[in-house]
Write a protein that binds this ligand. Structure first.
Ligand SMILES: Nc1nc2c(ncn2[C@@H]2O[C@H](COP(=O)(O)OP(=O)(O)OP(=O)(O)O)[C@@H](O)[C@H]2O)c(=O)[nH]1
Length: 315
């Protein structure tokens, strides 16, 4: 398949995945700007729509005032509003769009995956493993969510599916020791990548953070720069709560980037814009479904146009 065709396919999948968010915004904008000028009333309605679409209060104010700068008191079509917003959103997202690339010289490149229970960590690890295998990289999976037997089984299924070795232990085993062993295994077989799953819930928040800190401390005995990436997985359907999750994790461990999942199941795609404005952390990818191919690369232009329900400008 040519690159262009492949890109077209990605864009339509992304657009389909984001359809709940884009129809909320598109219908809202259509409703506000039917035979309407950009006046105080419509600006306020637009600002409310952007806030309820999870873009955040500050971003909503910034986007509407930008629009008002050039169009105030002028007739405006819904499409012009969507195009102007997509361009501004793209400018906000451009600096954070950054794929999670593997440095083959690290052998192995160690990625710690963190996030609250059910955010989609294990599924995302399976999707990343599929993606890296397709690049001919050798991948080892560490079933570090030793707190939940089902999480270990789920990772094992992804391991079978992708042909990646899964390092796992019995429920309740020490997660840090398991991560250490997984890295040793990866070194022994000259693997390129180790993806470490972690628990999303222990008895309480401080237990969870202490466990993550211990995992990091222990794997640094093998490689002082490990983990090379610490990716926080966020469930988009939690909306504004995703912002407080970033705050909580960032306080205690160093987060290097984000992956936002379940965008297909919610009208809350705007949360990516709020996250970018508030934290400026790299966004590596987004999840728009449960299958291996539903982890999409995060690109500012495609995402902002899909979010506003617009076609790809290069189509
Ligand atoms: N629709 C949709 N579902 C997703 C996506 N990512 C994950 N899921 C589903 O969300 C549920 C939870 O995902 P898990 O991967 O088990 O989440 P986790 O963070 O590992 O959860 P714990 O193991 O409980 O810590 C599963 O049913 C996944 O199939 C996505 O992008 N879209």
């Amino acid at each position: 398949m040519s690159d262009e065709k492949k890109k077209g396919g990605w864009f339509s999948r992304l657009k389909a995945g984001l359809s709940r968010s884009s129809s909320k915004l598109g219908d809202g904008i259509g409703g506000i700007f039917t035979k309407k000028k950009l006046d105080d009333e419509s600006i306020e309605e637009l600002e409310d729509l952007l806030i309820t679409s999870d873009l955040g209060v500050a971003t909503a104010a910034k986007l509407t005032s930008n629009l008002a700068k050039t169009r105030f008191n002028k007739d405006i079509e819904p499409r012009e509003v969507s195009e102007a917003l997509a361009a501004d959103i793209q400018a906000i997202l451009d600096p954070v769009a950054k794929p999670l690339e593997i440095d083959r010289t690290k052998s192995p490149h160690i990625i710690l995956m963190v996030g609250v229970n059910g955010s989609g960590k294990t599924t995302t690890i399976g999707k990343l493993a599929t993606h890296y295998k397709a690049q001919d990289l050798k991948v080892v999976l560490a079933a570090g969510d030793t707190f939940r037997a089902a999480a270990v089984e789920q990772l094992q299924i992804w391991g079978d599916r992708t042909g990646c070795e899964v390092v796992a232990k019995e429920t309740g085993a020490d997660a840090a020791g398991l991560a250490y062993e997984a890295i040793e295994r990866a070194r022994a077989q000259q693997a390129d990548v180790v993806l470490i799953d972690t628990a999303g819930r222990l008895h309480n928040k401080s237990d969870l953070m202490a466990e993550l800190q211990k995992v990091i401390r222990v794997i640094r005995k093998l490689d002082e720069n490990a983990p090379h990436d610490t990716v926080l997985v966020l469930d988009a359907t939690t909306g504004q709560n995703a912002l407080s999750q970033v705050g909580t994790f960032k306080e205690l461990i160093e987060i290097s980037g984000l992956i936002v999942t379940k965008l297909d199941g919610s009208a809350r795609g705007g949360i990516l814009v709020a996250l970018a404005e508030k934290f400026g952390l790299p966004v590596h990818a987004i999840g728009v479904g449960e299958t291996a191919n539903d982890l999409r690369p995060f690109t500012a232009k495609d995402f902002s146009r899909s979010l506003m329900g617009l076609e790809n400008a290069s189509d």
